[in-house]
Design a protein around this ligand. Structure first.
Ligand SMILES: [Zn+2]
Ligand SMILES: [Zn+2]
Length: 258
């Protein structure tokens, strides 16, 4: 396979400290030509983390954002820095932002306020958004309906067909990761079946959620190939066709937004 894009990876994670460059080499060798490094880092004090990687490697692009887990650590200065970083030519999106009511690491009202503030930053900078939502679908959608008009990605999409239709109706792309390959994830495969060609993306969310047959191990961008293969089966097409489609969608979403 060639020309793949991993549209969501955490290459700054400490699990890659020992062999980060080898991980990148394996990705390139597997046909992953570009990777979107998510810039949430260790929290709002670490907003530059993905930008630094994007400056170092031509095949890496970056996002900036405060993860809902870290919402309570955000300060007015965090948003000043984000506004500045969002102008960087290799920063393609604001993310990952959203709501996580599973862990509730930050109080929900703080999560919502920080999410809304970052939607403003994305709107001002003309960047699409990368959404993280877990056990918070209704609130996430209500906020997006009210306060967002633009492109975006539902990252690591694990909803069912109905959730998919709601997100698609709002104009979002659905990005599928390793969960699509899990035996019990038939609802996710059904969502992937009904997603139109022009809204489909793939990702690893590495180092988390490695696809079968690597499930349970550290995930890495090269493994996106397994998700592409499974997606091809689910949609009755070839892995090469999925690769072409998802890469074209990635380019259109981000180039179209400039
Ligand atoms: Zn996430
Ligand atoms: Zn992530």
């Amino acid at each position: 396979m060639t020309g793949l894009v991993d549209s969501h990876c955490h290459l700054d994670d400490s699990k890659f400290d020992d062999d980060r460059e080898a991980v990148m080499e394996r990705a390139l060798a597997a046909g992953v030509e570009r990777m979107m490094a998510i810039g949430t880092g260790d929290g709002p004090s670490d907003l530059r983390t993905a930008v630094k990687q994007a400056e170092q490697f031509p095949f890496i692009y970056a996002t900036v954002g405060v993860h809902p887990h870290d919402a309570s650590k955000a300060t007015p200065d965090s948003f000043v820095e984000m506004r500045e970083l969002a102008k960087h030519p290799k920063v393609l999106a604001v993310g990952e932002i959203g709501l996580d009511y599973h862990y509730d690491f930050s109080p929900r009202d703080v999560q919502r306020a920080v999410f809304e503030e970052q939607l403003k930053i994305a709107q001002e900078s003309g960047r699409p958004i990368v959404i993280h939502t877990r056990e918070a679908w209704a609130d996430t959608l209500a906020i997006l309906k009210e306060q967002w008009s633009g492109g975006g990605i539902m990252h690591c999409f694990t909803g069912d067909e109905e959730h998919a239709r709601e997100a698609l109706a709002l104009g979002f792309h659905l990005s599928f990761g390793g969960v699509l390959t899990f035996p019990k994830a038939e609802n996710v495969r059904q969502a992937a079946r009904i997603t139109p060609d022009d809204r489909l993306l793939v990702e690893t969310d590495c180092p988390y959620l490695a696809p079968v047959p690597h499930r349970g191990k550290r995930n890495e961008p090269a493994f996106v190939v397994e998700t592409v293969k499974r997606l091809a089966e689910v949609r009755g097409t070839s892995p090469d066709a999925i690769a072409r489609l998802t890469t074209a969608n990635f380019d259109k979403l981000f180039v179209g937004a400039r």
